[in-house]
Design a protein around this ligand. Sequence first.
Ligand code: TXA
Ligand code: MG
Length: 479
Amino acid sequence: MYMETKLLTSSAADLALAAELLQNGKRVIFPTETVYGLGANALDPDAVRSIFEAKGRPSDNPLIVHIAELSQVEEIAEEIPEKAKLLMDKFWPGPLTIILKRKSIIPNEVTAGLNTVGIRMPENEIARELLSLAKVPVAAPSANISGRPSPTDAKYVIEDMNGRVEAIIDGGNCTVGVESTVIDMTSPIPTILRPGGVTAEEISALLGEVLGGKEKAENKETPKAPGMKYTHYAPSVPVRILRGSIAQIESFLAKRENAGILTFDEFNLNTEAKQISLGSINNPKECAKNLFRSLRDMEKLGVCEIFAPEIGNDGLWSAIKNRLYKSAGGNIINATYKEIIFVCTGNTCRSPMAECFFNSLPNKGYWGTSAGIFAQNGQKASENSILSMKEYGIDIKSHLSKPLTPKMIERAELILTMTKSHKNALLGLNNSLSGKVMTLSEFAGEDGEIPDPFGGDLDTYRSCAKEIKRLVKKAYDRL
Ligand code: TXA
Ligand code: MG
């Protein structure tokens, strides 16, 4: 439902108005030092429900409660362990969310039914002023449409949320740029659930042993099933983590069209790909600040795929790495991988399914992509393809269709088509491709074809997906 959204400044009059809106159960988006938050009165279940509605967020993901004064902690939390007090002393106000046992004053809507609550005292002056004026704790997730990169500037908030909330306060750029660190202080050993603006190193210097907070070390030869995780922080263009030396990355990009790459100032890539630098490789604060903005700006450049650098896990880098891995949905590729292109007609049903099944198998030095012989640029996968892949835990929502181009044909190690007529169409274009182009069935050692499920019902797509999965596995075993 569209509504008039008031665009407010940080003037005293506007903040008073925003505080009044919060007290009346309305939603106000406000700046914090991490990212913008979509706030409502945390003590009002209806107001909290309306946050989930505006974001399109599943209601099983709990919200952080924002406060202005230390005294508010006792109103919300049941027990405050000594170590939690140390954290508050040292890091509040600031980018740290502390999970404690909740009191019943906090409704189930905030905590998704958990008996704990996440509490944070932000440092941003506008946020502090607003929270003091409102006099109620404010539940606030990041102010993006669920799944999109968190907004770090009012212009991105407006992009996602204009017409969906009662008011937005423009407070300029967020200085930290990645969300707060979330630490569970109810477990026997403090456990970082999300790396963020306060580093694991800073916390363990204060508390001693701390668990979590680092992206798991990835085995370089077998990246964790790419494409298997649901994407988060994702722009509308697919993101992949790209591993390799500068020279390998340059030659990888030289074979691609319309690609974008996030880099560092020091990289100076020699490439036609669109580049956005996160900042200096020696300055994680700068890179964190620029991270979400860069992802959003990249999609506006009209690229059809985005590559992001592999980075380390020290200090603030672990928060940046965590966000990039999530936005790539676990898709990690090596610049030296050989590419197998799965081809169908429109690149919205069969070939994206084949691509994603292939990439969900343990890596063997190949990666799958897909294209269509008569495809348009930038169409999403069909709804029934998305649904039938979801049943395998594979998210193909960020897929965008592309036509098969001469450059793709040239760089491919192998091109596997869904039908014989796709194959013949390609060989008709260029007879010298005969070693490189086969039907998927043929490469799997069979004789059939995969008919087009386009326009069919969900069951048609389900059996199509099942057949593709079987053949992709068989083809994979022959590599
Ligand atoms: O920096 C931030 O934390 C921003 C600003 C607006 O404060 N907020 C933010 O909220 O990032 P959100 O909803 O996008 O992320 C909150 C994270 C989620 O991963 C959620 O699962 C976790 O905190 N969380 C909240 N309450 C929790 C609880 N009781 N137990 C475990 N995790 C919790
Ligand atoms: Mg969020």
